[in-house]
Ligand binder design. Sequence first.
Ligand code: EPZ
Length: 416
Amino acid sequence: MSKFVITGGKELEGKIDISGAKNAVLPIIAASLLTLDKVVLEDAPDLLDVQVMGQVIESLGGKVKRKNKKLYLEIKDVENIEAPYDLINKMRASICIMGPLLARVGRVRISHPGGCAIGSRPINWHIKGLEQLGAQVRMDHGFLDITASRLYGARIYLDFPSVGATENIMMAAAAAEGTTVLENAAQEPEIVDLANFINEMGGKIRGAGTNIIYIEGVKEFHGTSHTIIPDRIEAGTYILMAAACGGEVLIRNVIPVHLASLLAKLDEAGVVYREDGDGIRVIGKGNYHAVDIKTQVHPGFSTDLQAPMLAMLTRAQGTSMVTETVFENRFMHVDELKRMGADIRIEGRSAIVHGVEELHPATVNASDLRAGAGLVLAALTANGTSEVREIHHIERGYENLDAKLRGIGADIFRED
Ligand code: EPZ
């Protein structure tokens, strides 16, 4: 297993370029199944998860090629309707092929995705929405066997604004007969990027980014070239690292409105930053007031920034309360942070964080993508050398993290 060796306690100086959004490019790769034409995706981050998604598309009969930041896709013929178990198991986000594959060939067989470190992550709302569009769903030896001779527009209300369910339903409805009204839809920027992509291929989707999305089905889709939006979670992670370490860092290729909830909390904490061109410049002084955080669906504070934010709050002045409302088990970073000297107590869905003077270096394990990022942040602030292990979790969602951090003066190296 690989690890990061980090010698912390240094201020950070320089510029970091943010890559394309992982959580936008994954469903957009799946949506490429809707057309027989060529699709080009610009600013597609080169991440493990994106490679897996490409392998899923290839397993269905598609062609996927990467040239630097561009991804070239062409799915002229779907030869297979079952994504391999090991790929689905490797990355649950691959369930977003359900909607487009149903729309394309009327059938999909997919292993019911397992849970992961952060929770059981059921897909009941995906299934309910697809059934309302006319699909029949059968469980067959752990596989979901979904068929839909025709898909019809429907009025669908989501019990919870699930990002994945909104995406699957939107992609299936885009090719259904008639209009679908999707209420209580997720409003994340990645949903807007997916809707824009589908519209660029000839789709007719209105209202993405609000809680009601209108999808008028169309018969066919043509190819397109699309630039993926910047990754707001990667950007937020580096903004927090810069604030926690002190110094001055320009995080470029950022859409500030995507980070409104984080920026509001940084104001409250006393972090000094300003918009600068297409980026955010952080002038960190390294110590801040404690703040209370409650993760919510967008536009609330993102659950994906909870771990890095909590890691920064371990050294804030005062006591912070961090409440995780989206996933049921997203505090795995807490025990590891406590081994670095953080003073944190879990009470139900909240973590009570008493600020300490400093964290001590230690060897810690990443349990999932964002928890790992929080541990890297903590190690960057601890005086001395830490090791963050199981970094394959981190590399699923952060492109060239060690190189980007070295570029702003961090002492971090990857060791296999
Ligand atoms: C997406 O996951 C993101 N992943 C997650 O990012 C992100 O944390 C999450 O949205 C919330 O913003 C991708 O986009 C690839 P949900 P998703 O459906 O779609 C429950 C990262 O770190 N639920 O909005 O799976 C579910 O268990 C990842 O980049 C059901 O109960 O999230 C969870 O508790 C982690 N039934 C909550 O809803 C369902 O049918 C939110 O899940 C679907 C979801």
